[in-house]
Design a protein around this ligand. Structure first.
Ligand SMILES: Nc1nc2c(ncn2[C@@H]2O[C@H](COP(=O)(O)OP(=O)(O)OP(=O)(O)O)[C@@H](O)[C@H]2O)c(=O)[nH]1
Length: 348
């Protein structure tokens, strides 16, 4: 639990805000309900319950985007209603609301929510004079200070978000090719195993290794080899589906993770990518080819096993003369064969 809080910034913010939001608003809800202010008391109660539900949902599903939007909406509408109902005393809630929204949703959405809240308050004040603000001067001061708070928070949130995304990118991507790195692969494969177990979603992998890559380095230099790797990644990304994930496992070894792909789909994807590489990937010395080994994730199979099966097939593809694909077709439950022989496999 602590590890999740440490690693998932958005989840920790939702939990923190949810916890303090519920803790801070509950006494107000009780006080107002006890003193007969049922409208505001009910609004407070709805906010508390919604907050706790959103935190629960975020923890259960790991999805922090929907709860963030939901909380920002609920808190914006709730605070606006409270400010309209309580007048000046309720206006103080708008300041923390602005900060809250910038933590919950993207800076663009947060600034839009801030504008909606301010427009609603000013609109209501103009419609029913004296209902929200005590004077025009107070209304203008409130608007100016809120706009300043909103713009400054926008700049801060935009910068930190940008830097966070850059850091996350650096942590999970290979700097040369931009493909995801081994650490990201381990994480994604763990998620695939649990998603297969919990939701029955199918996953396949293609282990890919460029053929005779050492010769390119030896004959034309390391920069030429680097360029081939960069072009290879661009080709595979262009030739695979958006939801497929490409990882650089080692020097010229890559792994493609394909969700929702059957055996025939995996064969078709491998054949398509292999053809693409054969026809379009070039080194200074001419065409470059790739050998591929494929496997489909079994129920409750540890992910290193899946990689081992795909690697065995890749090894067979290399032994079979390279520039070909071998897919592991062995049945669920059959043991993983040790190198160099794999289970029944097809050469494409
Ligand atoms: N240019 C470049 N070369 C790399 C990089 N990482 C690893 N290599 C080289 O990749 C080569 C891999 O060679 P081998 O493992 O013998 O593979 P191969 O020559 O492709 O032979 P087969 O896989 O059997 O077809 C080595 O020469 C490594 O130095 C890199 O980031 N850039």
């Amino acid at each position: 639990m602590l590890k999740r809080l440490r690693n998932d910034f958005q989840l920790s913010i939702i939990t923190l805000m949810g916890f303090f939001g519920a803790l801070g608003i509950t006494p107000y809800a009780i006080y107002r309900l006890l003193h007969g202010n049922y409208l505001v008391g009910t609004a407070d109660t709805v906010i508390v319950i919604s907050t706790l539900s959103a935190v629960f949902y975020a923890w259960r599903t790991g999805d922090t985007v929907k709860p963030g939007i939901y909380l920002a909406c609920i808190f914006s509408v709730g605070s606006t209603l409270i400010a309209i109902n309580l007048g000046v005393n309720g206006l103080f809630w708008i300041y923390p609301l602005i900060l809250f929204n910038f933590f919950m949703v993207s800076p663009g959405k947060a600034i839009a929510a801030t504008l909606m809240v301010l427009l609603s308050l000013v609109g209501h004040a103009l419609w029913v004079p004296g209902s929200v603000f005590e004077s025009q001067y107070q209304m203008v001061s409130f608007l100016v200070t809120n706009m300043m708070a909103g713009v400054l928070t926008f700049i801060f949130a935009y910068r930190t978000r940008h830097q966070r995304e850059q850091l996350q990118g650096l942590a999970i991507r290979d700097p040369l090719t931009g493909a995801r790195n081994r650490r990201a692969m381990d994480d994604e494969l763990k998620i695939a195993v649990s998603s297969k177990r919990r939701h029955g979603r199918s996953y396949s992998v293609l282990a890919m290794d460029l053929d005779h890559f050492k010769q390119i380095n030896d004959q034309y230099g390391h920069p030429a080899g680097d360029q081939v790797l960069v072009s290879f990644v661009a080709l595979i990304k262009a030739g695979s589906r958006k939801e497929d994930r490409l990882f650089r496992v080692g020097g010229e070894e890559f792994l493609l993770l394909l969700p929702d792909t059957s055996l025939s789909g995996l064969e078709a994807a491998a054949a398509h990518l292999q053809k693409l590489v054969r026809e379009l990937l070039r080194s200074p010395g001419g065409t470059v080819s790739v050998s591929i080994g494929g496997a489909i994730l079994r129920t409750d199979e540890p992910w290193p096993n899946l990689l081992q099966r795909a690697d065995q097939c890749l090894y067979q593809a290399k032994s079979a003369g390279r520039d070909c694909t071998i897919i592991d077709r062995s049945e669920e439950g059959s043991p993983v064969a040790s190198l160099p022989t794999a289970g029944p496999a097809t050469t494409l």
